[in-house]
Design a protein around this ligand. Structure first.
Ligand code: C2E
Ligand code: MG
Ligand code: MG
Length: 734
């Protein structure tokens, strides 16, 4: 390879020569030549000089004008000789400028430049380079770039003039090129995936390494795609509608990767000219993870973490929509508030792990009873709200309520435990009971509270007046709390009578609340409130202690029976409370009877069983109260060895006239005999009932026929009278 050392003047050796301009039609135009015509007079010297002076002046003016131009400009004649060039032209070429002389041929200056090494691209391929350069000279409108030895880049454009000459334009595009290079660098090595799309056909014309890696397409595959083929959904490209060309805010988009996975993107777009084509640069920020996290957060804010059901917030929103639709369609909507019965005892006895599983199981079963358009939410630990839409009649809500109760009634098998849980439902209907979410939820809740106290395990509709009742319950709660604090509550005692001897064997302690304004308030009114609010523990403890103290004053073997609420078993210290009461009063354990109801055994908890056995081991007797009112009374008898069964007063009512009731009493009595359990009939009011019970062989009776519950002072009198009577009988016998 022949190297040309710059700076050493040499005779041009390069062979490439100028090519003749190709005019349309292939002929060189005939240029007009100005000659004095024969008819015109010859010009005198002075005129010629004046004309020359004029021409110089215009030449000067032209030079001054072109010197003002920001581009380099050069005029060549038809032979390619320099006529005129401006300062910028000389400045651009810098080190070659010494070669520019009027009359010098452009091809020669280029050739010398090449030999001196003024054009770095030519080094090593001088002949070819020169041939290419000269070929371009006469291609009108052609633009090309040229690198100079000092690193600058010039944009060259050459045009033919009317007289066969050339006007050459030179723009120093060094800065532009540098900018382009830094853009390239920024683009190619950017960690953010970027692509460039042509505006007209939306083809991907440029793509950086990060995009190749992120999408999984090769560069070649990318070049065959359009932006639309990346988009997950058929829609306009991200720059559509962007007329500002200044998209500072990102738009979010979904794209598909080569492997088919969907990604969320925030796309920043900016229009630019890329490889001479109007294009858009897209910076693609993958926000899939962020979106996922946001969606998860949004879900958590609106759902219950345990069951995955909507929470109260979301339910409210859903209800707003449902109720709006209801108003338009004039249909009916039911809100069912479902509360689990004794859920707390599951938590307390089997642990929170099982409690959580139970709630999940309940949620699942409830959901399975609903249609797609109904809504369900978990509101509190053991409360669910269900919104039933498109009802024709309130009976539809009844049917759903029954379905739900049935679904829950099946035992749940959790970690080897068979857990049975009951539920109660309160129902409010729109529009009758309210037409906004707030009111319907409140009224359904009220119906639930009512159902819980009156008919656990079933459902109740909201009724006008429940509101007032709810208020009165709140008042009872406050006043009861005070009454307990001020030690106002007293036990009254109702005798239990041995039916064969007619003697009093014991008394049941029944709480009485003497209210300053309302007189004596019935336990039926405040015991349920006490149970709901937890006040029952204080109340129960109080009754137990006082009953033991009172009974210790009674003669001989007269027993006292105290009622216990299931809530007292849940606290866990019942055994020590009973032991303390016995020790402090000095009452022998065998004279204390504890009455429990079937609802306690419904809980099937081992803690309850253990406490019952421990109490019995103390010598305390355990009675089953209100026998026959539960779901499966007989099965409860198997679960614990009771000392006494108290037949509920509903079986004693009309005993004389009701053969079925007689048959029931008869079988319970015979059951009691074979199990060795005392049978007591509650609510004996008439002689007819009494004689019936006697005839059936019932052991004990309790009821208004013998006595109502009375204050302690009266009991002392009663017992004294019995003692005297006993003494009289004994005296007579003696
Ligand atoms: P219970 O344990 O079944 O008590 C018997 C209820 O029947 C008492 O009502 C009693 O007055 C009533 N009764 C007795 N004989 C007759 C009768 O011949 N005819 C009628 N119609 N009723 C009769 P009371 O005192 O209103 O108590 C109602 C319930 O309140 C009790 O039913 C018991 O479950 C609960 N209770 C009362 N005191 C306490 C207590 O200290 N602790 C707990 N946990 N519950 C209590
Ligand atoms: Mg009782
Ligand atoms: Mg009873």
């Amino acid at each position: 390879m022949r190297r040309i050392r710059p700076g050493r003047p040499k005779k041009p050796k390069l062979a490439a020569t100028i090519r003749k301009p190709r005019w349309p039609g292939g002929r060189t135009p005939k240029l007009p030549i100005l000659r004095p015509s024969r008819s015109e007079p010859a010009y005198g010297r002075a005129e010629v000089e004046a004309a020359i002076a004029d021409a110089r002046k215009s030449h000067e003016r032209l030079r001054e004008a072109i010197d003002l131009l920001p581009q380099g400009i050069v005029f060549l004649d038809a032979e390619g000789r320099y006529i005129l060039w401006n300062k910028k032209y000389a400045e651009i070429y810098g080190r070659s400028a010494d070669l520019f002389k009027p009359g010098a041929r452009l091809q020669d200056t280029i050739r010398i430049g090449v030999e001196r090494g003024d054009y770095p691209d030519a080094i090593g391929r001088e002949e070819e380079w020169l041939a290419e350069r000269l070929a371009r000279l006469y291609q009108p409108g052609e633009r090309h770039e040229q690198k100079l030895a000092d690193g600058r880049v010039v944009l060259i454009e050459e045009r033919l003039t009317g007289d066969g000459g050339i006007i050459g334009l030179r723009v120093d595009i060094t800065e532009l090129k540098q900018r382009e290079a830094s853009f390239r660098l920024l683009f190619d090595s950017n960690p953010v995936p970027m692509i460039v799309c042509a505006l007209d056909d939306e083809r991907i014309v440029g793509v950086n390494d990060a995009a190749i890696e992120h999408y999984g397409y090769s560069r070649a595959e990318f070049q065959k795609l359009t932006i639309r083929s990346l988009q997950a959904f058929d829609s306009d490209p991200p720059w559509a509608g962007d007329r500002s060309n200044d998209e500072r805010t990102a738009r979010t988009w979904k794209h598909v990767k080569a492997n088919g996975t969907l990604i969320d993107l925030a796309i920043y777009s900016r229009q630019l000219v890329y490889n001479d084509r109007p294009s858009v640069l897209l910076a693609l920020m993958d926000i899939t993870e962020r979106k996922r996290a946001e969606a998860r957060l949004a879900f958590l804010a609106q759902h219950d973490g345990l069951t995955g059901l909507p929470n109260r917030n979301l339910l409210r929103q859903q209800m707003d929509e449902i109720l709006l639709h209801r108003r338009r369609s004039a249909g009916k909507v039911a809100v069912l508030m479902l509360g689990l019965d004794s859920f707390k005892s599951v938590n307390d006895t089997l642990g929170h792990g099982i409690g959580d599983k139970l709630l999940r199981g309940v949620a699942k079963r409830l959901r399975s009873t609903l249609r797609e358009e109904d809504a369900i939410a978990r509101l509190n630990s053991d409360e669910f709200a269900i919104v039933q839409t498109g009802l024709a009649r309130p009976e539809d809500a009844v049917m759903l309520a029954r379905r739900m109760l049935e679904a829950i009634s099946e035992p749940f098998l959790l970690d080897g435990h068979s857990v049975v849980i009951g539920a109660t439902i309160g129902i409010a209907m729109a529009p009758g009971d309210g037409d906004d979410a707030e009111k319907l939820l409140k009224n359904a809740d009220m119906a639930l509270s009512r159902a819980k106290t009156e008919s656990r395990g079933t459902f109740a509709f909201f009724e006008a007046g429940m509101d007032a009742r709810a208020q009165s319950r709140r008042r009872i709660e406050t006043e009861l709390r005070e009454a307990i604090q001020n030690d106002v509550l007293r036990p009254y005692y109702q005798p239990l009578v041995d039916l064969s001897s007619g003697r009093i064997t014991g008394f049941e302690a029944l709480v009485r609340w003497p209210h300053p304004e309302r007189g004596m308030i019935s336990p039926a009114e405040f015991i349920p409130v006490a149970e709901e609010t937890g006040l029952i523990n204080a109340l129960g403890g109080l009754m137990l202690r006082r009953a033991c103290v009172d009974a210790a004053e009674w003669p001989g073997d007269v027993r006292v029976a105290v009622n216990l609420s299931p809530a007292q078993f849940r606290v866990g210290n019942l055994l020590s409370i009973v032991m303390d009461a016995l020790r402090q009063s000095g009452l022998p354990a065998k004279r204390l009877e504890l009455e429990i109801t079937e609802t306690l055994l419904l809980e099937k908890s081992s803690q309850v069983q253990a406490t019952l056995h421990a109490l019995r081991a103390l010598g305390v007797r355990i009675s089953m109260d209100d026998f026959g009112t539960g779901y499966s009374s007989l099965s409860y008898l198997r679960s614990f060895p009771f000392d006494k069964i108290k037949i509920d007063q509903s079986f004693v009512r009309d005993l004389a006239a009701n053969p079925e009731a007689q048959a029931i009493i008869r079988s319970i009595v015979s059951l009691g005999k074979s199990l060795g359990v005392t049978i007591t009939a509650e609510g004996v009011e008439t002689e007819a009932e009494l004689s019936c019970l006697r005839a059936e062989g019932c052991h004990e009776g309790q009821g208004f026929l013998f006595s109502r519950a009375r204050p302690h002072a009266e009991i002392i009198e009663l017992l004294r009278a019995q003692c005297e009577a006993d003494a009289a009988v004994a005296g007579r016998a003696a």
